[in-house]
Ligand binder design. Structure first.
Ligand SMILES: *Cc1c(COP(=O)(O)O)cnc(C)c1O
Length: 376
């Protein structure tokens, strides 16, 4: 029987050549020539003012929390329907996490929910562009600026996606991307920190380099380097950056194939509506970077049966996040507010395989299995 993985990493000769070059070079540590190429790629292509590679998106988010000087008692508003890293970065600094609900038509954070949760203690709003589809940034940025709150974009899934023409990751004070193997471009593990607000440019380099001013030393701006601030080691090896360089140079090819697969599912799945299943909603202000193809089932039983049916056909189609406000770690810390849309996505959302190892025939096979599973 055909076996269809949820994700399969695909690399070409280009990535292999660059990794071989990096291994042959005398520079294997961070901030080598391949790291510079990756950072330049983002600064040039998207106009990000300051892009720094990190070992993961999780690290880039931790760097954000350090840069914002988050201390115990500070409140951070973020969606409940997200990956643990969006929350951990701030929980590690002792922040009080205030979980907000998702929009009814997308899993993105609800603007009305944010507004209702702002207090004088609110220091940051973390937005997550779920499936690479933009949150409604204009009203969020307006709210944040009115209350002098920093916006951090968790753009882990949002490479090469836009809000009203602006690249995601380039709108908030700072942002974080992921190059984990499940994302559109990968280095196995990897991330990118972006600072858009010039207040953070210099200190971001220092905190990423163990609290030293090593980066300005190498640019010849200071004559010795030392310990000037707190910090950690957020630099990936240049060997990983070499892998990522190959992926970035193939970004347009990767994106056009991912979009074709996404559209292939979309074209074949209109009839799921008859069973109460909804397909992704892309608001007018957002683009679709084909990070994910998800469906929202009518109820938990339907989803459980559909996932089981697909598994019998050799197809892995997992569900996704579990509301963080109801997690074992957080449930006793939560203020008991109901967060119903997040709970609905927790129970009803599922994802179809989407990767470059899929043929057009595989896409048709998966779509047929979905319809067939719902019909039973
Ligand atoms: C993948 C992901 C992360 C974590 O990325 P890593 O690079 O694995 O640390 C964080 N937030 C979201 C929304 C993600 O999808």
């Amino acid at each position: 029987m055909r076996q269809i993985a949820f994700n399969t990493p695909i690399v070409t000769q280009l990535e292999q050549d660059y990794v071989r070059d990096a291994l042959a070079s005398p520079k294997h540590a961070g901030d080598g020539p391949f790291t510079k190429r990756c950072q330049q790629f983002f600064e040039t292509r998207y106009g990000f003012p300051k892009a720094l590679l990190t070992t993961s998106c999780t690290d880039a988010l931790e760097l954000s929390a350090l840069l914002l000087d988050i201390v115990p008692g500070d409140e951070v508003i973020l969606p409940s329907f997200t990956f643990v890293s969006s929350a951990n970065a701030f929980a590690l600094r002792g922040a009080t996490l205030v979980f907000a609900d998702s929009e009814p038509h997308t899993p993105n954070i609800s603007v009305d929910a944010i507004e209702a949760l702002i207090t004088p203690q609110t220091r940051a709003i973390v937005v997550v562009h779920y499936a690479g589809v933009a949150c409604d940034m204009d009203p969020i940025m307006a709210l944040a600026s009115r209350h002098d709150i920093a916006v951090v974009e968790d753009a882990a899934q949002a490479v090469d996606s836009f809000y009203k023409g602006q690249p995601l990751g380039g709108i908030g004070a700072m942002s974080a991307f992921s190059f984990h193997e499940t994302k559109n471009v990968s280095s196995g593990e990897g991330g990118l920190f972006v600072a858009n607000d010039p207040r953070f440019f210099e200190r971001a380099e220092i905190l990423r380099e163990k609290g030293t001013n090593r980066s300005s030393f190498f640019r010849g701006e200071v004559d010795k380097y030392g310990w000037v601030d707190v910090g950690s080691s957020f630099l990936p090896s240049d060997i990983l950056a070499a892998y990522l360089t190959g992926q970035l140079e193939r970004l347009d090819t990767i994106q056009s194939r991912r979009k074709a697969i996404w559209q292939g599912y979309r074209n074949r799945l209109d009839s799921v509506a008859e069973y109460g299943v909804t397909l992704p909603h892309i608001p007018d202000y957002a683009t679709n970077n084909a990070h994910m193809f998800y469906m929202v089932c009518d109820n938990l039983d339907q989803r459980t049966q559909l996932i089981a049916h697909l598994r019998e056909r050799g197809i892995l189609a997992p569900f996704h996040y579990l509301s963080l406000h109801a997690s074992p770690y957080f449930k006793d810390r939560h203020d008991q507010r109901a967060i119903p849309n997040s709970d609905r996505y927790t129970e009803c959302l599922m994802r179809l395989p989407l990767h470059l190892g899929l043929s057009d025939d595989d896409v048709a096979y998966v779509a047929e299995a979905v319809i067939d599973g719902l019909r039973r």
